[in-house]
Design a protein around this ligand. Structure first.
Ligand SMILES: [Zn+2]
Length: 536
């Protein structure tokens, strides 16, 4: 088993990825280290809990050549855990080309014992005209075909699964020579049909690990909506297998990418930002020289005052700043994983989105991604929190409303419907209010209404999430115009049920909707004001 999933929330997964040099937990941030000049040692990275590192096979090839093939990459960089190797695609993006063939790189990556090798690809970057991007995608696929020939020449080991694939869809034969996880690099960037095309072709070639290429420029220009759609285009073609996102090393981008279903990320951001005097924080980056305080308790920030940190000599300051940045990345990974375990990733991602409006734009895109609903657990052990209109689109509620329309039917014989405002009484099923309502409206179907859920029929009011939620109860502040999903749900519900009489006990929110409620001609509607409504 290459990838096991332990826990999911939204499209995120806590999983375990197995390589020849051991397993590691995902989602995982994979720090980039330079194969020749390491400013931060791999042992320091390991001590912080980073269980996999990535280095550049092309630079290793140029600098060490045969020596690296003899010694192996683990000795070269002095790290005994899983090592991913990039192949020179970044250099192609920066300099246009590299003077090495895909087969030479593939053989070299096998010879140095890379755990997660990357074929030499041709990154599309961002902003290329469609036809140019298409030719780059084709070149990457052709390079990958050359790479596959090399893998097969080295003893293509058709690692078959034990049949217990946990619904992950990885029971295909895995493309590997000695257990290494070859990376299917997906190109196409903002041309999403090319991304889908590239994803499905590579999936058929037997890869068990994939990487989304070219997102760095999208992230640097804060095009988070496009980034979200790029990830969605990949995930809609490859829903189950592990996905890497190249170049994601910003504490703001990581929770979004995890929520969208990316499992690993690599970046040199910790050192590159440090060189530019950029201090990472959980809500973005700051310039060290602009700080009056150090808002962090890592060993570096606990050791220095802000003045001492600023006045440190440049090389030492860069190293310390890089270490601080790594502590922030470690903290971010831990926080996002805890949110997955708690089933609170939606809440967490929304908190993060408040750090930048362009991140919030990307959150609005999530509501259209079906795969996020499908991957969100049907039951959670903690209540969901509902704060604002955006929360009507959270996947638990989308799933709930779908179940309500597709599967729920009111008890037969009830010709009357009572709509009563949800006051947050849990469990409603055994409440005094319901007892009274049932006596008052005999043989009626009683439903709570709630701006986030739509309707909650009493018979299902004790199921998740109808009974496991806490919402802001400031009813006078709810504006019906902000909850378009409510009216759609009510329309579908009334179409499914031919009630002859509807009693609406209307609060301010409901009063705003009454003119727009569509009922059958023969249905009688009686409205009572919730203010002053008394159950006798
Ligand atoms: Zn710090």
């Amino acid at each position: 088993m290459v990838f096991e999933v332990k826990c999911t929330d939204l499209a995120a997964r806590i999983g375990k990825l197995t390589t020849p040099h051991g397993s590691f937990e995902t989602p995982s941030f994979i720090p980039v280290i330079h194969p020749v000049k390491q400013q931060i040692s791999p042992s320091f990275l390991k001590s912080l809990g980073f269980e996999c590192i990535i280095t550049n096979a092309y630079i290793t090839f140029k600098y060490y050549g045969e020596k690296a093939a003899k010694q192996g990459i683990h000795r070269i960089v002095n790290y005994d855990g899983p090592i991913m190797t990039d192949s020179g695609g970044y250099q192609v993006l920066e300099y246009g080309k590299v003077n090495v063939t895909p087969s030479t790189m593939a053989q070299f990556e096998l010879d140095i014992g890379s755990d997660i090798p990357v074929p030499l690809d041709k990154p599309t970057g961002y902003g290329l005209p469609y036809n140019t991007a298409k030719s780059y995608v084709e070149e990457t696929i052709s390079n990958i075909d050359e790479t596959i020939k090399v893998i097969k020449n080295n003893g293509y080991d058709q690692l078959s699964n034990d049949g217990n694939n946990n619904g992950l869809g990885i029971d295909d034969n895995v493309l590997s020579s000695k257990g290494e996880l070859w990376t299917g690099t997906i190109q196409g960037a903002e041309h999403f049909d090319l991304v889908r095309h590239s994803s499905s072709i590579l999936d058929k070639k037997g890869f068990s690990f994939f990487a989304i290429g070219s997102p760095v420029e999208l992230m640097e220009s804060y095009e988070f909506s496009l980034l979200a759609r790029l990830i969605e285009a990949t995930k809609s073609s490859i829903p189950n297998k592990p996905i890497h996102l190249f170049g994601a090393g910003h504490p703001l981008t990581i929770p979004l990418a995890v929520a969208l279903g990316c499992d690993t990320f690599d970046s040199a951001s910790y050192i590159l930002y440090a060189k530019a005097n950029r201090y990472m924080s959980s809500s973005g980056t700051l310039r060290l020289e602009d700080l009056s305080y150090l808002p962090c308790c890592c060993p570096v920030c606990s050791h220095f005052t802000v003045k001492e940190f600023n006045n440190d000599e440049p090389d030492s300051r860069t190293i310390n700043l890089a270490k601080h940045n790594l502590f922030i990345l470690k903290q971010e990974m831990a926080a996002v994983k805890q949110a997955i375990y708690d089933g609170r990733l939606w809440e967490y991602v929304l908190q993060k989105a408040r750090s930048h409006p362009k991140l919030m734009d990307a959150i609005y895109a999530l509501k259209d991604f079906n795969y996020i609903q499908q991957n969100t657990p049907i039951f959670k052990h903690k209540a969901i929190y509902l704060f604002e209109p955006l929360d009507q689109f959270r996947p638990e509620l989308m799933n709930y409303r779908k179940m309500l329309i597709d599967n729920y039917r009111a008890p037969t014989g009830n010709e009357c419907l009572v709509l009563y405002p949800d006051q947050g009484i849990r469990p409603f099923y055994s409440s005094y209010v319901l007892q009274k309502l049932s006596i008052y409206y005999q043989n009626a179907s009683i439903c709570l209404y709630n701006p986030f859920f739509g309707l909650i029929p009493v018979e299902i009011s004790d199921i998740y999430p109808a009974s496991h939620n806490i919402f802001v109860k400031n009813f006078d502040e709810y504006d019906s115009k902000d909850y378009p999903v409510f009216l759609n749900l009510l329309d579908s519900f009334l179409k499914n049920h031919k009630f002859k009489l509807i009693y609406i006990i209307a609060n301010k929110f409901m009063k705003g909707l009454i003119p727009y409620i569509k009922t059958a001609e023969e249905t009688e509607v009686k409205i009572e004001d919730f203010n002053g409504f008394k159950l006798k």
